[in-house]
Design a protein around this ligand. Structure first.
Ligand code: F6P
Length: 548
């Protein structure tokens, strides 16, 4: 694979970044009345406006060249055809197969995975229909009222984010509760609200070895058996989603109650698989399928659109431009739609677990910033918290603003107020407020010369803060599928352009091992002496306090 920094486009972009750093976005808008038309794109249900990014036509052209010189098209084709592009784990990367709605065959090791996916979807359909219709009953013959979904990371964030996003469409017959934290408070609080007779637990873990999930699952079984007494009742109240049948069996879950996934589904890209079972249970199988359909539309766009019009590719290029060339190493995700309130948390995993890497595909140290720090919250709440820093801080944080034309729930003029803020914020971040405007404003308010002198510097907003705006028609199941797939393909392209393997997560695996060693130590009387003095001191303090 070629070294990115030696590519002609990389050189051109490095040079252009020096010039662009001297530019102001407001000037770029003032001198080009067609800027919005040039730098915005649409697909059904999505307007994508990147005209408030600090780019010009030359930079855009060079970014497209960078994608070409990085072989994005060839890598995209390898992914879609099931090649094992997750080179460190020797796996295909096929979340697209999970929403392959035209059923094109895709082969991995000679097996048509599309058929496997269809069979599993059918199993999900049958099961969710049985639970939702009341045909599936618990050990006392009562129907299910509460779903408790236990899982962490990719086995939690996707389903929970989608459930929250589409909560407005629930028929209200079932409740769903997510438990991801091994902190007993989370499970304990949920168990206070549910009854053993009417609760279905979904234990989601690709590996079925993740300690947090297994601890929560064991505690859930033990709580359940306090009421149910008969071990056989577990079969009616516990189902699993996993690739590891041996472990699910050992845990006591019958094979017919295990929904499968495959090693070619990465945890953070798994909500389209049986990991999405809680979504289907809560909202109905048809709604789950609509999420898949929305994603499939974007898969088709990603596969077929020219690079210049390819939205996920452009998203990736802008991220690389901002972090690797302009040096903006943080990125905010700011939904102006309450339904998307978990999107920042979801994308933190999606982007940072995928592209938070320090070596290239062939193991060389990367000489540029890979993924920026992803963070954020709903825009309105952010406005009253950290936007001060976005407007006037001395770090620049490129931000994605996401809103929708139609609200999920129409209430008076709330949506217009919300959207007014969405428009106003990106305009202010772009244009800023200059010294002359502030002086005129203060003078008009009757301030004296000395008062103006005292205030003026504090009130300057430099502007020139890059943002992307996305407007969806309405946050419904298809829109959520489209939005997530856009970001997934963005992450893929970003990884290829940055030349990192986006599909493994060795940094997380390290943490898993470390914690389990110390867990054993917490049970022993003596303290190991091969930690650093800080870690030993912290452990000793904890054990002494716990045992006193
Ligand atoms: O958080 C790290 C991670 O490995 C994620 O990639 C994964 O989604 C999560 O753990 C959960 O893993 P599992 O589904 O195997 O329990």
């Amino acid at each position: 694979m070629n070294c990115r920094t030696t590519l002609p486009s990389w050189h051109a972009l490095s040079a252009a970044s020096e010039q662009l750093k001297e530019q102001h976005l407001k000037t770029l808008f003032d001198t080009d009345s067609e800027r919005f038309d040039k730098f915005s794109r649409q697909i059904p249900g999505v307007l994508f406006d990147f005209s408030k990014q600090l780019i010009d036509s030359n930079v855009f052209e060079q970014l497209i060249k960078l994608a070409k010189e990085s072989d994005v098209a060839a890598w995209r084709d390898k992914m879609f055809s099931g090649e094992k592009i997750n080179i460190t784990e020797d796996r295909a990367v096929l979340h697209i197969a999970l929403r392959n709605r035209d059923a094109t065959p895709i082969f991995v090791d000679g097996i048509n995975v599309t058929e496997q996916v269809q069979a599993e979807l059918e199993k999900i359909k049958v099961f969710t229909d049985r639970v939702r219709s009341g045909e599936w009953t618990g050990y006392t013959g009562k129907t299910v009222k509460d779903i408790v979904a236990i899982g962490v990371g990719g086995s939690n964030l996707g389903p929970q984010m989608v459930t929250e996003a589409l909560d407005a469409y629930s028929d209200g017959n079932l409740n769903v509760h997510y438990v991801s934290n091994v902190d007993g408070v989370q499970l304990g609080e949920v168990l206070k609200k549910v009854h053993a007779e009417t609760t279905l637990f979904v234990i989601s873990s690709k590996t079925f070895t993740t300690s947090e999930t297994m601890n929560n699952a064991r505690s859930a079984v033990s709580w359940f058996l306090d009421s149910a007494i008969e071990q056989s009742a577990v079969a009616k109240h516990f189902v699993a989603v996993s690739t590891n049948l041996e472990k699910t069996r050992a845990f006591g879950i019958a094979d017919e109650n295990v929904f499968t996934m495959w090693d070619w589904v990465g945890g953070r890209f798994s909500l389209w698989s049986a990991i999405g079972l809680p979504i289907a249970l809560y909202l109905g199988f048809e709604t789950f399928v609509e999420v898949l359909e929305g994603a499939f539309e974007v898969d088709t766009h990603f596969k077929t659109a020219e690079f210049e019009n390819n939205i996920p590719l452009i998203m990736a290029l802008l991220s690389v431009w901002n972090s690797s060339f302009l040096g903006y190493t943080s990125q905010a995700i700011l939904p102006y739609d309450q339904a998307l309130h978990m999107l920042p948390a979801y994308l933190q995993q999606g982007e940072m677990e995928s592209n938070g890497k320090h070596v290239t595909f062939d193991g060389q140290t990367v000489p540029y910033t890979t993924v920026p720090i992803i963070w954020g919250m709903t825009g309105i709440n952010g406005q009253h918290a950290f936007y001060q820093c976005l407007h006037q801080g001395n770090v620049i944080v490129p931000s994605d603003f996401i809103a929708s034309v139609e609200p999920q729930i129409a209430l008076g003029n709330h949506h217009d107020v919300l959207l007014s803020n969405f428009f106003a914020q990106t305009e202010a971040l772009m244009a800023g407020v200059n010294e002359q405007e502030i002086r005129e404003d203060l003078a008009a308010k009757g301030k004296s010369e000395s008062e103006i002198e005292k205030l003026v510097a504090h009130k300057i907003h430099q502007g020139n803060r890059p943002t992307t705006s996305m407007i969806l028609d309405k946050v419904d199941a298809k829109a959520v599928g489209r939005l997530i797939a856009l970001y997934e393909h963005k992450i893929f392209c970003q990884g290829i352009i940055l030349n990192v393997c986006s599909f493994d997560q060795w940094g997380v695996e390290l943490g898993k091992g470390l914690a389990s060693n110390i867990e054993a130590e917490l049970k022993q009387d003596n303290i190991r002496h091969d930690h650093d003095s800080s870690t030993s001191g912290l452990i000793a303090y904890y054990k002494q306090k716990r045992n006193s």
